[in-house]
Design a protein. Structure first.
Length: 196
């Protein structure tokens, strides 16, 4: 934890927890894979408000250890904002892709690879999932601009439609298992008919 002028209990990072679950049907051997992804994203920071850049000295004016110590908060703020900007770009691209699909146009590229954050969240955002987003906003007038931005981002996220469905690998496994079962039943029918 590291305090800033905007948040005295800031974790100074994003946190992503992913739980993967594999269920196996004992009779068919079919596997069903599921994933739960929980993410707590750091808030966007204006450096002038968080004062994360306060005390950063020019290279050579202070010892290296002090220089790097002072720059740590600034680097954390830049990393948080970079991840959030990449996430916003992905949400915008997903929104545009859905509009393009409805209009019969080619979908734009969704830049999930632009940050580690969006790469980790890509399966939750990409359409084959159920996704819930909670937006935390400050009620103080001093943070009104950030609150409005957060709410607009939440509204944009809400416009992206996702549908949880069985993935291609699981579907292929089910088709193979059913094909085997059909072949076994057909063989049983042939055997029964030939004995009559």
């Amino acid at each position: 934890r590291a305090a800033t002028a905007m948040n005295d209990r800031s974790s100074r990072a994003h946190a992503v927890f992913t739980l993967s679950l594999v269920q196996t049907d004992c009779s068919t051997g079919h596997e069903l894979r599921s994933r739960l992804c929980l993410a707590d994203l750091g808030g966007s920071e204006k450096l002038s408000k968080s004062r994360a850049a306060d005390g950063v000295a020019a290279v050579g004016t202070v010892p290296w250890a002090e220089y790097y110590s002072r720059r740590q908060r600034l680097t954390e703020a830049v990393n948080i904002n970079t991840g959030l900007l990449a996430l916003k770009r992905c949400i915008d691209a997903l929104h545009e892709a859905q509009r393009a699909q409805r209009a019969g146009r080619p979908a734009p590229h969704v830049p999930f690879q632009d940050s580690k954050l969006t790469m980790l969240l890509s399966s939750a955002l990409g359409g084959d999932s159920k996704t819930v987003l909670l937006v935390a906003a400050a009620q103080e007038h001093a943070h009104a601009a950030e609150t409005v931005q957060s709410l607009r981002f939440g509204e944009r996220c809400a416009s992206v439609e996702t549908r949880a469905r069985v993935g291609a690998n699981a579907l292929a496994g089910m088709i193979a298992a059913l094909s085997e079962r059909i072949a076994a039943v057909e063989e049983e029918i042939k055997t029964t008919v030939s004995h009559c």
